[in-house]
Design a protein around this ligand. Structure first.
Ligand SMILES: Nc1ncnc2c1ncn2[C@@H]1O[C@H](COP(=O)(O)OP(=O)(O)OP(=O)(O)O)[C@@H](O)[C@H]1O
Length: 313
């Protein structure tokens, strides 16, 4: 079974009125991978997840009723079949919990719906709910309720966990707790696919990040490659308009261009300054500071937010 992708989406499109929520997306996720679907609100993450789960159906190709619709497969099966076989656990952002039930009652009710559920104590431990078993679900914090949803998703002992913005609305501590629990699930070998609009969550947790915008995949790369972009900086140094740095601009630019890595830099000369964008700018900073008439050096690292904004601009 492991040779088959845990999740495979082929040429899936979903249009709502004039909105192309998902636009010809193809994505294959091998078993055991931890993947973040990263995108801003409305990017199409939930629609994509709903299609992967068989909760929505892809449109026929070209909007033509006879055109072949794209397909979604989980472990090579139709989504509903994979769910029926307890291969998939899902954590939605919000949704059906029974507020008057205690955590223990909730888990017992849902446990009864699965053919071969995990022991109750095991999911209680995996979702860190031991202190909350007797508490009414409606009285729990948002972060605690998400841990109940996680426990419910773990009950069938699924090979694949799909989470749609699982930490939305949680404070930093609750978020940290949640991802600590998820780390254990990843280490146990489960395939994990989660939607998020927090870059840090993708960065900290996912080995692969798929950035979605306007229903399309903008980037699909190992998270380390996306993180690598983060090492780029922007450097700005003021130069006196009539000073030697400005007058010797041609020589200075030639010297800058001769530095290692300069081939990838964007060097500009706005009035009264030199700016450089790129990575490995230490040598450039040293060179510029040695030029008479150049002063007030600023180096601003681009954050992942900047990288994301750049990629989705
Ligand atoms: N049932 C629907 N009817 C009409 N439009 C819809 C429907 N579902 C989604 N959309 C639209 O499709 C687009 C993608 O929505 P989707 O919920 O998939 O995005 P998302 O990335 O999950 O966003 P969020 O982070 O806000 O949950 C949005 O423009 C949304 O308004």
């Amino acid at each position: 079974m492991n040779a088959l992708p845990a999740l495979e989406i082929l040429h899936v499109t979903k249009v709502f009125g004039s909105t192309r929520a998902v636009d010809d997306v193809t994505l294959s996720i091998p078993a055991g991978q931890v993947l973040a679907l990263l995108g801003q609100n409305g990017a199409g993450k939930t629609t994509l997840i709903d299609i992967a789960l068989g909760l929505q159906h892809p449109d026929p190709a070209g909007g033509d009723a006879d055109g072949a619709a794209g397909t979604a497969r989980l472990f090579g099966m139709a989504p509903r079949e994979a769910i029926r076989r307890s291969l998939v656990g899902v954590v939605h952002q919000t949704g059906a919990l029974l507020p008057d039930y205690t955590v223990g009652q909730t888990l017992r009710v849902f446990r009864g719906m699965h053919a071969r559920p995990l022991p109750l104590e095991q999911v209680v431990a995996q979702a860190d709910l031991a202190d909350l078993v007797g508490r009414r679900v409606g009285k729990l914090s948002g972060g605690e309720q998400q841990r109940v949803r996680l426990a419910l998703a773990l009950l069938p002992d699924p090979a694949l966990l799909i989470l749609d913005e699982p930490t939305a609305g949680m404070d930093a501590l609750a978020r940290r707790t949640f991802w600590r629990l998820m780390r254990a699930q990843a280490d146990a070998g489960r395939t994990i696919v989660f939607a998020t609009h927090y870059l840090a969550e993708a960065q900290d947790f996912a080995e692969r990040t798929v950035i979605v915008k306007d229903g399309r995949i903008l980037t699909d790369a190992p998270t380390d490659d996306i993180r690598h972009l983060d090492t780029s900086c922007s450097l700005r140094i003021s130069v006196d308009e009539d000073g030697p740095a400005a007058r010797g601009r041609t020589d200075l630019e030639r010297d800058l261009r001769a530095l290692p890595g300069a081939g990838d830099w964007l060097i500009e000369w706005p009035p009264g300054a030199v700016t450089i964008q790129g990575s490995g700018l230490d040598d450039a900073a040293r060179l510029l500071l040695s030029v008479p008439g150049a002063h007030d050096l600023e180096i601003v690292p681009s954050s992942l937010e900047d990288v994301f904004a750049e990629l989705t601009a």
